[in-house]
Ligand binder design. Structure first.
Ligand SMILES: *Cc1c(COP(=O)(O)O)cnc(C)c1O
Length: 351
């Protein structure tokens, strides 16, 4: 089996080794040290101050999205949601469910987000929610454009970087990002099970601290308080916490910049391979995390099925209207150029 999917992704040998160990009991100072180190390295990797708050939640990425939306905002806010695909739609739906006033900036497929889109929104907004890489389309939004817009309008900036972290540059404090959401099974290349919230102290003080409790499991104040001493309110995905430490240590050793460079090189390499074929990529700016391949005249499902049924190879199919038009090929995790050479050869066998 080979997966070119966007999560889970191909894991590294060292992660698989960590995964095979017996899990220890976790209400110990030993485990607290593991979590403290995770917190320290997460802050370092995201280039944020030591005063920033971290929550490590057991749950997939959507759990962290829900925690941030419910615990930071209420009926007195008015949010601007960049809704350019299914993950943007998820932010919007969370606001609906929790009755938080919001406007959606909707994008059609193949429409690049511009400053003019932002200027056309007329509300008086307190914050902007964005999936900086909208994984469902492959579009990477311009973080500097968004951050500048937010600064000019005194808005907080919440960035879901679940599929962008470690693939595209994200320096939290320097880029003016107030809150970042990530999760284990995408660019971190770990098992699913953990999602993380990192927010600066200013955002915490203004938006989260001392707010009425709205939920038990996702209560960010409880998570922050517990993690100050290296613990979580409930039983965490203990094994994934160990995988996380193993990965963050390696990222720290190699350097975030180098890792992002390598992912960029890999994405560029794959895109160079599809150029000679009669396939295209979208015109908007792409993340280094994945490449969408556009089949103008359809046929994407046939390729997906052929690779799956003939070779046990999985690319990422698309949903809805795009189902027969686009497959997405991931560059996260333990990938090699030969995998892409081989994939292109096999895609060409179809039709
Ligand atoms: C995968 C992903 C999520 C979270 O999805 P889960 O299935 O809940 O892990 C959220 N946002 C983006 C941009 C994603 O790629």
């Amino acid at each position: 089996m080979r997966i070119f999917t966007v999560g889970p992704v191909e894991m590294y040998e060292s992660t698989l080794k960590v995964r095979s160990q017996q899990l220890p009991y976790f209400r110990t100072t030993f485990f607290s040290d593991v979590m403290n180190e995770n917190v320290r390295l997460l802050k370092k990797t995201l280039y944020t101050a030591d005063s920033s708050k971290v929550a490590i939640i057991t749950g997939s990425g959507s759990a962290a999205m829900e925690a941030v939306v419910t615990d930071s905002f209420d009926e007195n806010d008015n949010l601007l949601v960049i809704n350019g695909g299914s993950f943007g739609a998820r932010f919007s739906k969370l606001c609906d469910i929790h009755q938080i006033p919001h406007d959606d900036l909707k994008l059609n497929y193949d429409e690049q987000l511009t400053r003019a889109h932002l200027e056309s929104m007329r509300g008086n907004y307190s914050a902007l929610l964005v999936n900086i890489h909208e994984t469902s389309t492959g579009q990477l939004y311009d973080i500097h454009m968004l951050s500048e817009y937010c600064a000019q309008h005194q808005m907080k900036l919440v960035v879901d970087a679940i599929s962008s972290f470690l693939c595209d540059e994200l320096k939290m404090d320097e880029f003016g990002v107030d809150c970042v959401i990530i999760s284990s099974q995408k660019a971190l290349a770990l098992a699913p099970g953990l999602s993380m919230v990192i927010m600066n102290d200013n955002f915490y003080q203004e938006k989260v601290k001392d707010k009425p409790i709205k939920n038990l499991y996702l209560n960010l104040n409880e998570h922050f308080k517990n993690l100050e001493r290296g613990q979580t309110p409930n039983t965490p995905a203990v094994g994934v916490c160990y995988e996380l430490l193993d990965m963050l240590k390696q990222v720290d050793q190699v350097g975030v910049e180098k890792i992002i460079q390598e992912r960029a090189r890999r994405a560029t390499y794959f895109r160079s391979l599809i150029k000679p074929l009669s396939l295209t990529t979208p015109s908007f700016k792409l993340s280094n995390a994945l490449t969408p391949i556009v089949f103008k005249d359809g046929g994407a499902i046939k390729v997906y099925d052929y690779l799956k049924d003939t070779y046990d190879i999985y690319v990422t199919p698309s949903g809805g209207d795009l189902r027969d038009k686009i497959i997405r090929v991931g560059h996260m995790g333990n990938m090699h150029d030969e995998y892409y050479d081989d994939l292109i050869k096999k895609i060409q066998e179809v039709s």
